[in-house]
Design a protein around this ligand. Structure first.
Ligand SMILES: Cc1cc2nc3c(=O)[nH]c(=O)nc-3n(C[C@H](O)[C@H](O)[C@H](O)COP(=O)(O)O)c2cc1C
Length: 470
């Protein structure tokens, strides 16, 4: 390792406002001249992305964009989070521009974190409203910042015959720390990473894992001179940093690919995890209360389940802790005792069973009753058809129930489906004064889990896919 301890970071002053078609390399040559600087081998020029974008015409007028359905929906879905952060609501036109510049939306919170078409992960696809004149005008990231850096490096070499490096930088926020940092988005003449694996440390030990993100460090250092807002110094010369000059470099070297990105799960992975991790949680819940609004949000998702004839026969009744729920469970237990006695069960058995269900349904932070509303079922003179319509109703509300359970899992809530209401339909309807057309079908206990539970075994694929031998 041969780091120099004296590195100069020099901002080039008097850079004019950049317009589409301007040659950045010529502007650098002029600026060096005005600033009385001659390039030397090993110099590094860091250029703010904004001026590259402007010279390349990578500018969009939001007023000319017609937002798609997806952009409108995204704008609506993040508006609450945006407002809660005290930020202005994101214009669907800006969201459309972000979508156009992105391969994938990775997170949509108060800000959209996207993977840009180049593979950078940053807020709002790097689209910037600042440092550009004109209402509704935004700058987009350059289309191929490596190519821009390469072209500038070559032109500077042909004028000065010096082996220098060029870095194009932008200011990116960071996942685990507050504060944006200058970050390299295009390089030429310098490898974005400095791989020190196999080199020796101070005490002679071989380094196993050390890889330095040198282009990002240089971009961050340059940012100190560039400033963020009205600094007006978009080009910075770094002199004295030792690096291996290399004409075949690309910013792609510093981008973590998905396979080794520990913090990024694909949508597929997340969905499979939710599907497989959902458990019927039958243990005591944590003491933490569950906000009713959160339950309503989950039921909102459960509305999107498929249903026969799109009948949406599901009706949900949210039973929070309180007298109503207590008296309902007491009445249900009276019926349970009666039924078990009729079935010849022992006193001991009945006591245990009643205590268990009482505890489960009374102690759960939220108890949800799912009913089938028969009013919307299609009616036919044919008995078999009517019966099948009833089954369709049951199948449909089961779909909604599954959506609900999966949404709970997504929100880190635990839940369990209980069939008890099937055995006390009349009591439930009377106690809760439910409409005549409602049939109580299931209870869901919902709360925060205290423990994780092991998944019960699943049947083998071969046991559930029946191959007809015809
Ligand atoms: C229609 C239905 C009714 C259920 N009723 C009960 C019940 O009354 N009591 C109970 O402890 N679990 C009940 N369960 C939960 C099942 O026992 C549980 O889903 C099953 O054992 C598989 O476990 P898992 O959900 O954790 O994968 C019910 C599940 C379904 C789908």
């Amino acid at each position: 390792m041969n780091f120099k301890d004296d590195i100069k970071i020099i901002g080039l002053k008097k850079i004019p406002l950049i317009k589409k078609g301007d040659s950045i390399s010529e502007i650098i040559i002029n600026a060096l001249d005005i600033n009385g600087i001659s390039l030397e081998n090993g110099d590094i020029i860091v250029i703010a992305q904004t001026i590259i974008s402007k010279s390349n015409g990578r500018i969009r007028n939001l007023n000319e964009i017609i937002p798609s359905e997806r952009a409108l929906e995204l704008s609506k879905s993040i508006s609450l989070k945006v407002k809660s952060q005290g930020l202005p609501v994101k214009d669907p036109k800006l969201i459309q521009a972000i979508l156009d510049e992105s391969k994938e939306i990775i997170k949509s919170e108060h800000v959209l974190i996207t993977e840009t078409n180049h593979g950078f992960i940053c807020a709002n696809a790097g689209i910037d409203k600042s440092n550009i004149e004109g209402e509704g005008m935004v700058t987009l990231l350059p289309e191929n910042p490596d190519d821009d850096a390469e072209e500038i490096r070559r032109k500077l070499k042909s004028k000065t015959n010096k082996d220098i490096a060029v870095i194009i930088s932008d200011s990116f926020g960071r996942a685990f720390r507050v504060g944006a940092l200058g970050t390299a988005i295009g390089v030429s003449g310098i490898d974005p990473i400095l791989d020190l694996r196999g080199k020796k440390d101070l005490f002679g030990y071989e380094l196993q894992t050390t890889i330095i993100g040198q282009a990002d460090s240089l971009a961050a250092a340059a940012q100190l001179v560039m400033g963020e807002s009205d600094g007006g110094i978009p080009i910075v010369l770094i002199r004295g940093y030792t690096f291996e000059y290399n004409e075949k470099t690309t910013i792609k070297t510093i981008l973590r690919n998905k396979e080794i990105d520990l913090f990024r799960e694909s949508v597929d992975d997340v969905i499979i995890k939710i599907l497989k991790n959902r458990r019927s949680y039958k243990l005591p819940f944590a003491l933490k209360n569950v906000d009713r609004r959160m339950i309503e949000e989950c039921i909102e998702i459960a509305r999107w389940a498929p249903s026969a004839h799109n009948g949406q026969f599901w009706r949900y009744i949210i039973l929070e802790r309180g007298k109503l729920r207590e008296s309902l469970i007491d009445k249900m237990n009276e019926k349970l005792i009666y039924d078990l006695q009729k079935n010849g069960k022992s006193k001991e058995f009945i006591k245990k069973k009643v205590e268990k269900t009482r505890n489960i349904f009374l102690e759960t932070p939220i108890l949800i009753l799912l009913c089938l509303d028969t009013l919307d079922l299609e009616k036919y003179p044919n008995n078999e058809r009517t019966q099948n319509e009833f089954l369709l109703g049951i199948q449909s509300i089961s779909c909604s129930a599954i959506y609900l359970l999966l949404t709970f899992e997504m929100k880190k809530l635990a839940a369990c489906w209980y069939c008890a209401p099937l055995f006390a339909k009349k009591i439930i309807k009377e106690s809760l004064k439910l409409p005549e057309s409602y049939i109580p079908m299931a209870f869901f206990t919902v709360g925060y889990p205290l423990k994780t539970i092991k998944a019960p075994d699943r049947k083998e694929l071969k046991d559930i896919i029946f191959e007809p031998c015809i």
